[in-house]
Design a protein around this ligand. Structure first.
Ligand SMILES: Cc1cc2nc3c(=O)[nH]c(=O)nc-3n(C[C@H](O)[C@H](O)[C@H](O)COP(=O)(O)O)c2cc1C
Length: 161
């Protein structure tokens, strides 16, 4: 199948959806996996974010440029297409996404991007991914899904594919 989905997603309290057991981006990642068939890699912060939204947004701002993660992938060689899925945090990807992608070699890989957000759309995610995915061919046509509509996004994802 040669597809990989790398994603970040946070449960607990979030804007518009309240307390949830599964994050919006994870819902989208699972739909995508069912549609294309893919290995999945979830990026986990080394230190979990606070459960409440107000604290979490402050923590996320502090982590920009310094966001340690629990584990990372090291070898993308078997994959042809890599999907990167992230919530928009402060106008771009979650800072842990940068940590994960920066150390990997994306040479020759096609990268496709999906964000979930509450108004910012793709924000700066595509350009920041281009900067930090070394060697990737990044598709400019990303998909942005409102977080609170993640559950209803299957058809949108199908069309985008
Ligand atoms: C720390 C933080 C920062 C956010 N910043 C933005 C933003 O700049 N623009 C936006 O549209 N939504 C923003 N949001 C909303 C999230 O992008 C949205 O709720 C997303 O669907 C969350 O995905 P998740 O449930 O997979 O973690 C932010 C949420 C959090 C927690």
């Amino acid at each position: 199948m040669n597809n990989l989905i790398i994603y970040f997603s946070r449960a607990d309290e979030n804007y518009k959806v309240g307390y949830v057991e599964k994050g919006n981006t994870e819902i989208v990642a699972e739909y995508l996996k069912d549609l294309v068939g893919a290995d999945m890699f979830k990026i986990e912060p080394l230190v979990p974010y606070a459960k409440d939204y107000a604290t979490c947004i402050k923590e996320a701002k502090d982590r920009v440029g310094n966001a340690p993660i629990k584990d990372n992938l090291n070898d993308l060689s078997i994959y042809k297409t890599i999907y990167i899925l992230t919530p928009v945090y402060w106008g771009t990807y979650a800072p842990e996404v940068e940590t994960a992608i920066k150390s990997l070699d994306f040479t020759g890989k096609r990268v496709r991007v999906i964000t979930t957000h509450e108004g910012s759309g793709l924000a700066n995610v595509i350009s920041d991914i281009e900067k930090n995915c070394k060697g990737a061919d990044v598709d400019k046509n990303g998909l942005a899904i409102f977080g609170h509509e993640a559950k209803d996004s299957l058809e949108k994802i199908k069309e985008w594919l």
